[in-house]
Each structure stands twice: as C-alpha cells, then as structure tokens.
Write a protein that binds this ligand. Structure first.
Ligand code: SF4
Ligand code: SF4
Length: 187
C-alpha cells in the first residue's frame, strides 16, 4: 500500500514539474518563427539567387572566367556595322550579341566572384533564396534574350559580312595590281 501511494505521488509530482516548465515558457518570448509564413529580413550582403540584367550585359565574359566552378556558360557573336546594339546604362557601347548566357545554379557555390568583375554591374545577387525545383534541368537559368534561331542568324550574319569584306578586299587588291601592271607596261 505504501509503495502504491509513493508511485502515485511520484506520478503527480512529475506531471506538476512538466506543467511548471510549460507554464513558464508561456511567458518567454519565442525564438523561432512560423516559416514560411513569417520570414526574417535578410542581411544587406546576403548571397542568394543570381540575376543578369541582359540590357546591360556587353558579353565580356569576365564573370564566366571568374567562376571557380564553371557554372556560367556564355556565347557571343560579333555585331556587323549595321547592327545597332545600343549602350548600357553606364554608357558602355555594346559590340557583341550575347547568344547564350546560362547559369547552372545547382552548381553555384554563391561565392559572388562573378559579381565583382562585371564592368556594368549587371550580374548580381537577388534576395530570392527559395528556388527548389523537381527537375535538375530547371536549375539551369537561360538569360539570353535571343532565341536559338536568332542566335544562329547573328552568327551567320557576321560570317557573311566577313566573307563580303574579304571578297571586296581581294577585288580591290586585284584592281590595284592590274593598275600597277598597266603603269609598268606604259613605262
Ligand atoms: S556566385 Fe560563384 S559559383 Fe556562383 S556563378 Fe558566381 S562565381 Fe560561379
Ligand atoms: S561580366 Fe557582366 S557584362 Fe561581362 S559578360 Fe558577365 S554579366 Fe555580362
């Protein structure tokens, strides 16, 4: 009987201690938040998902060269004299079509080394940190504003321009040589 009463008292005592801890915590400020409904503000220099403003990209590839894990792939095509690519917002003249600008964000280690060398400050970290995907390929971001057909067209246009330029030069050289021959004969 004595043991029974002792066990009962220990049970009640244990519940009371648990209730005391619970009651105490009702008045302690919460240290957790109800994520994802509530989000903490990010620090100013937080590193998250990258973004490229293609209006300002001059295709210099400095970001690609700086990336330690090779997750940026850029392709460019030279512009012909008739192409008007305009200038960037900080006044740099564009001379290249950026036919491909892919970032494989699954490989990115958020080191920010691509951000610092950009001469037009058009590649930067955003405040987006929730971008999980079901498919691996959806983590490759394509920033080029040209379609595959347009990119091919730009390359073909430049090759054509160079061929025409070479043909015009060859023709001018031939005419010059012919003139020179005639002058020599007259003498
Ligand atoms: S943050 Fe680092 S790893 Fe990511 S793309 Fe830029 S250079 Fe590459
Ligand atoms: S460094 Fe800047 S301007 Fe140059 S290719 Fe990269 S994003 Fe474009």
């Amino acid at each position: 009987m004595k043991q029974y009463l002792k066990n009962t008292w220990e049970g009640i005592w244990t519940v009371l201690i648990g209730m005391k801890v619970t009651f105490k915590h009702l008045f302690v400020p919460a240290v957790t938040i109800q994520y994802p409904d509530v989000k903490l503000p990010l620090p100013d220099r937080a590193r998250n998902r990258l973004y490229v403003n293609m209006d300002d990209c001059i295709g210099c590839r400095q970001c690609e060269r700086a990336c330690p894990v090779d997750c940026i792939i850029i392709d460019t095509a030279k512009a012909t004299p008739t192409d008007d690519l305009g200038t960037t917002s900080n006044g740099k003249k564009k001379a290249l079509w950026v036919t491909k600008f892919d970032i494989d964000i699954a490989k990115c280690c958020y080191c920010s080394l691509c951000v610092y060398p950009c001469p037009t400050e058009c590649i930067y970290m955003t405040d987006v940190y929730e971008f999980s995907e079901y498919k691996r390929e959806d983590l490759i971001y394509n920033f080029s504003t040209l379609t595959l057909d347009e990119a091919e067209e730009k390359k073909v246009n430049y090759e054509k321009f160079m061929e025409e330029k070479a043909a015009a030069k060859a023709k001018a050289d031939a005419e010059k040589a012919a003139d020179k021959n005639q002058d020599t004969k007259k003498k």
